[in-house]
Design a protein around this ligand. Structure first.
Ligand code: UDP
Length: 469
C-alpha cells in the first residue's frame, strides 16, 4: 500500500518555516508518513535556504520551494499583513496548485500554518479532502484569536481602552495590555487580517497546537469540550506539543561552549531576545549594569541597540559600543557577550545554564521549558505579553518585569533582582519557580512518551484524517 502523504504549506519567514520543519519531523518519525513541505519563501533569505537544505539532508521530508511572489501591498502594510496577503493572493494559490500537480504522489491532507489560512481554499482544487491549521503557539493564544470575531461584535471602541480584561470563555481573560499589536487599532488592515484568520481557523478540519495537556489542560478543555468556546472553535483541537528543535552536537572549538564548560552547574543566566529582539541604547545599558549587579555569571547574545540601526549588522564594534564604559573589562570571566547568532537550543541544554532572560517567543519558551530552565520574562512584541503572563501567573516558571519593557526602561536594580530571583534566591518564590521548572520539564517528556497526552493526540488526529489506522 502507498505510504500516506501529508502536504505542509509554510508561510514566508524563518519564524514560520522552522516550526513547519519541526512538525514535519514529528509527523514523519512518529506516523511514518511521507511529508512534503511547500515553503513559500521570501526569496532572498540565506537562512531560509540553509534551513531547507538542513531539513532535506535529514531525509525526513521533501521540500519544494515556492519562490517569493510579488504582490502589491499598501505602503503602510506591516510585515504580518504582507505575509497574510501574500498567502491569500491568487498568484500564490496558482503557484501552490502547480507545485502540487508536479508531485509524484497525491497528498491526503494539507496543513497550513496560522498565517496561511487564506490558502485553505485550494484544497478542493488539488483534490485534498481535509485541511488543518498548525498553530506553533499555545492554546490561550488560539482561544483569543478564534474568539476575536465575538469580541469584535460585543466590545465597543478600541480594546486598549477597555477598563476590564476581556472574557474568553473557560480561559484566563486577556488584558488590553496583553493583546498583540495587530489587534490594537480596529480600523487598521492588520486588525482585519487578524480577524479574518480568527474566522478561517474554525473552518478547517482541525487545529494542531504546540502545547500539551499538563501545561494548559483547562484551556485545551475549553477549546475541545462542549461549551461556548468550543462552539466558536467548531473544529477539533489537538495539543501535540512541545514540538521543539532537539539539540545537535556542539562544536568543541566553539568559544561559547569552551567557556560554558568551565562554569559550575546552573550558575549562568542566558540572555537572548530572539531572532529580532533589540533594545534601546538606554535599556541596553541598564541591562548590562543589572547583570553586573546581580553577581551572577551570564552569557549575553547582544544585538545592536535600536539607535544604531543605521550601522552595518556585521559590525561587531558597533554592537559592543552600546555597553557601559569598562563593562567588558569588569565582567571578564564572569560574563560572555556574543554578537553573532547563538546555538540557543544547545546552550539551554548545557548543564551550566541556570536561568534564561527571554523575550518569550513561544519557541524560546518551549526550548527553555523542555530543559527545566526558569525564565525572566522580558516580552517585546507579538503574543509575547500573553506568554509572559502565562509563564508567571498560570504555570509559575518565571518572573516578569514590573511593567512592559516597551513602556519604560527597566532599571538595573530591577534587572538584578529578577535575575537573582530565578538563579539563587532562597525565598519561597525563587525555590518554587525552580522546582516548578523542573516539574514542567518532566511533564514535557511525559507528553511525548508512548501513551502520553501529545502522543495520543497526534495519533487521534492521524486516525481522524486516516493517516493512521
Ligand atoms: N535563536 C537562536 N539563536 C539566536 C536567536 C534565536 O537559535 O541567537 C532561535 C531560538 O532558539 C528560537 C528562534 O530562534 O528557536 C526564535 O523563535 P521565538 O519564537 O522564540 O522568537 P522570534 O525570534 O520568532 O520572535
Amino acid at each position: 500500500m502507498d505510504q500516506p502523504h501529508a502536504l505542509l504549506v509554510a508561510s514566508p519567514g524563518l519564524g514560520h518555516l522552522i516550526p513547519m520543519l519541526e512538525l514535519c519531523n514529528r509527523l514523519s518519525s512518529f506516523l511514518k508518513i511521507h511529508v512534503t513541505i511547500l515553503a513559500v519563501t521570501s526569496g532572498s533569505s540565506l537562512a531560509e535556504t540553509e534551513a531547507i537544505r538542513a531539513a532535506v539532508a535529514r531525509g525526513r521530508c521533501e521540500v519544494r520551494e515556492v519562490p517569493s511572489i510579488d504582490i502589491d501591498h499598501s505602503p503602510d502594510a506591516t510585515v504580518p499583513t504582507k505575509i497574510i496577503e501574500t498567502m491569500r493572493a491568487t498568484k500564490t494559490k496558482t503557484t501552490v496548485q502547480d507545485a502540487v500537480k508536479s508531485l509524484n504522489r497525491k497528498p491526503k491532507v494539507m496543513i497550513v500554518d496560522f498565517f496561511g489560512t487564506g490558502l485553505m481554499s485550494v484544497a478542493d482544487d488539488i483534490g485534498v479532502k481535509a485541511t488543518y491549521v498548525y498553530v506553533p503557539s499555545h492554546a490561550w493564544f488560539l482561544a483569543v484569536v478564534v474568539y476575536l470575531p465575538v469580541l469584535d461584535k460585543v466590545v465597543e471602541g478600541e480594546y486598549i481602552d477597555s477598563k476590564e480584561p476581556m472574557k474568553i470563555p473557560g480561559c484566563r481573560p486577556v488584558g488590553p495590555d496583553e493583546l498583540m499589536e495587530t489587534m490594537l487599532d480596529r480600523s487598521d488592515q492588520q486588525y482585519r487580517e487578524c480577524l479574518r484568520s480568527g474566522e478561517e481557523v474554525p473552518m478547517s478540519h482541525g487545529v494542531l497546537v504546540n502545547t500539551w495537556e499538563e501545561l494548559q489542560g483547562n484551556t485545551l478543555t475549553a477549546l475541545i469540550e462542549d461549551g461556548e468556546l468550543s462552539r466558536v472553535m467548531k473544529a477539533p483541537v489537538y495539543g501535540i506539543g512541545p514540538i521543539v528543535r532537539s539539540s545537535g552536537p556542539t562544536e568543541k572549538a566553539n568559544s561559547i561552549f569552551e567557556w560554558l564548560d568551565k562554569q559550575p552547574d546552573k550558575s549562568v543566566v542566558f540572555v537572548c531576545l530572539g531572532s529580532g529582539g533589540t533594545l534601546s541604547l538606554e535599556q541596553t545599558i541598564e541591562l548590562a549594569y543589572g547583570l553586573e549587579l546581580s553577581g551572577q555569571s551570564f552569557l549575553w547574545v547582544l544585538r545592536r541597540p535600536t539607535s544604531y540601526l543605521g550601522a552595518s549588522s556585521s559590525d561587531d564594534y558597533q554592537v559592543r559600543v552600546g555597553l557601559p564604559e569598562g563593562f567588558l573589562d569588569r565582567t571578564r570571566g564572569v560574563g560572555l557577550v556574543v554578537t553573532q547568532w547563538a546555538p540557543q537550543v544547545e546552550i539551554l541544554s548545557h548543564g551550566s545554564i541556570g536561568g534564561f532572560l527571554s523575550h518569550c517567543g513561544w519557541s524560546s519558551v518551549l526550548e527553555s521549558l523542555t530543559k527545566g530552565v526558569p525564565i525572566v520574562a522580558w516580552p517585546l512584541y507579538a503574543e509575547q505579553w500573553m506568554n509572559a503572563t502565562l509563564l508567571t501567573e498560570d504555570i509559575g516558571v518565571a518572573v516578569r518585569t514590573s511593567e512592559l519593557p516597551s513602556k519604560r526602561v527597566i532599571g538595573r536594580e530591577e534587572v538584578a533582582t529578577l535575575v537573582r530571583k530565578i538563579m539563587v534566591e532562597e525565598d519561597e518564590e525563587g525555590q518554587k519557580i525552580r522546582t516548578k521548572a523542573e516539574e514542567v520539564r518532566a511533564s514535557s517528556e511525559r507528553a511525548w512518551a508512548q501513551g502520553g497526552s501529545s502522543y495520543r493526540s497526534l495519533f487521534e488526529w492521524a486516525k481522524q484524517c486516516r493517516l493512521a489506522s
